[in-house]
Design a protein around this ligand. Structure first.
Ligand code: GDP
Length: 366
């Protein structure tokens, strides 16, 4: 096939994978001006759609950011910080200013201590070697924190372009669509002009005469559980309202199953409470540790679901890591799913999660 490039973003046009950069249905290929689906939606509906890229393609593409004076806004999902923090960011963008934005704050219980949460994000960013100018907590859906963030963007961008980066599913489209709505007069600009960018796969949304917000494709991070489960299951495990903690009083040698997607064994310690923060729709089952393996093999996809039948085909097997937890108020985090807070501490637990979706431990921020 002859190589055709999108007149909007410059991406190579393809008609095979709707979720990847440059997709356009075959039927539109003989038009004079070809736009990829993403640019088409933006031009005609003022709506950003997310497309995905592998880490390597993304690296090559965004390394161009390094040579600009722009500000980078790194959006992460507060519910999946490990899965959504782009560890390669410093390598990609060099010494550039970064604003770290924790999205989906509306999902956390009202009692969340925002100061502790911000400190924890700062630590996570430090560990990843990402130098942040500021940390902002927002909800793109509810609009919380957006005014403050917009002000900060204005301040730090120094009249330069703003690059929005994030992994898939962090809410990047929701966020940018919100910015588009909120910027006066910009709607007209988008619908009447071609996007000036010829940067591969980047979409530019003018901020003023000289500068733009630039949407970069979402990175696929293999640590995100989202890539291993069906759309239905993803919907079920993604919380859509404030999480209600569920508390279990456990004796040692008991196990909790989170659907059939993850599991926590209380191996050793005094009887105590385990506080679970997961989507309110995800069922949690308590069982005896000695029966836990059998329960999963007999009831995966049934009593222990999700996974549904479709996810069972793609979900990696569960792998186990054992932790000796001495501190109070420690969280065991199942990325993309939720976490369990152990208020008392002094326990040995074994956490099971799908391979590559690595469990982590942190101090509770509640
Ligand atoms: P993208 O892949 O990064 O472009 O993510 P989307 O904008 O498509 O959002 C992914 C999912 O997260 C969707 O189900 C959104 O409704 C949801 N979402 C995005 N922002 C928020 C938010 O601030 N709060 C909540 N509760 N959900 C959000």
């Amino acid at each position: 096939m002859e190589k055709i490039y999108c007149q909007g973003c410059g991406a190579l046009i393809q008609s095979t994978n709707p979720d990847e950069v440059g997709y356009t249905p075959k039927s539109t290929l003989d038009k004079d001006t070809v736009l990829c689906k993403r640019c088409f939606r933006l031009k005609h509906y003022n709506e950003i759609q997310d497309v995905a890229m592998t880490d390597d393609d993304f690296l090559t593409m965004v390394s161009q950011i390094r040579d600009t004076d722009g500000l980078v806004v790194h959006l992460i999902d507060i519910f999946d910080v490990n899965g959504s923090m782009i560890k390669s960011l410093p390598r990609i963008i060099g010494n550039k200013s970064v604003l770290l934005v924790g999205n989906k704050i509306d999902l956390l219980p009202k009692s969340t201590n925002k100061r502790k949460l911000t400190q924890w994000l700062q630590t996570a960013a430090n560990e990843a070697g990402i130098k942040v100018e500021g940390i902002y907590l927002i909800s793109s859906v509810k609009g919380y924190g957006l005014a403050e963030l917009t002000e900060a963007i204005e301040k730090y961008r120094n009249k330069n372009d703003v690059y929005i980066v994030g992994t898939t599913n962090v809410g990047k489209s929701t966020f940018i669509n919100r910015l588009i709505q909120q910027s006066n007069g910009v709607n007209d600009v988008i619908t009447t002009s071609y996007f000036p960018g010829t940067t591969l796969g980047f979409i530019e949304i003018p901020l003023d005469r000289d500068t733009s917000i630039i949407d970069t494709p979402g990175i696929v991070n293999k640590q995100q559980i989202a890539h291993y489960i069906s759309d239905n299951d993803l919907k079920l495990i993604t919380p859509n309202k404030e999480i209600k903690p569920r508390v279990y009083q456990l004796n040692d040698q008991q196990t909790l199953y989170f659907g059939g997607l993850a599991r926590l064994d209380f191996v050793k310690g005094e009887r105590q409470s385990f506080v679970c923060y997961f989507s309110n729709d995800l069922s949690i089952h308590r069982t005896k540790l000695e029966k836990a393996d059998q329960l999963l093999s007999e009831h995966k996809g049934g009593l222990l679901s999700p996974p549904d039948d479709k996810s069972i085909e793609t979900l990696p097997r569960l792998t186990e890591s054992t932790y000796r937890i001495t501190d109070k108020q420690t969280d065991i985090v199942f990325p993309g799913l939720g976490w369990v807070t152990i208020p008392t501490g002094n326990v040995t637990v074994a956490a099971h999660s799908p391979k590559d979706v690595n469990v982590s431990i942190r101090r509770s921020f509640l």
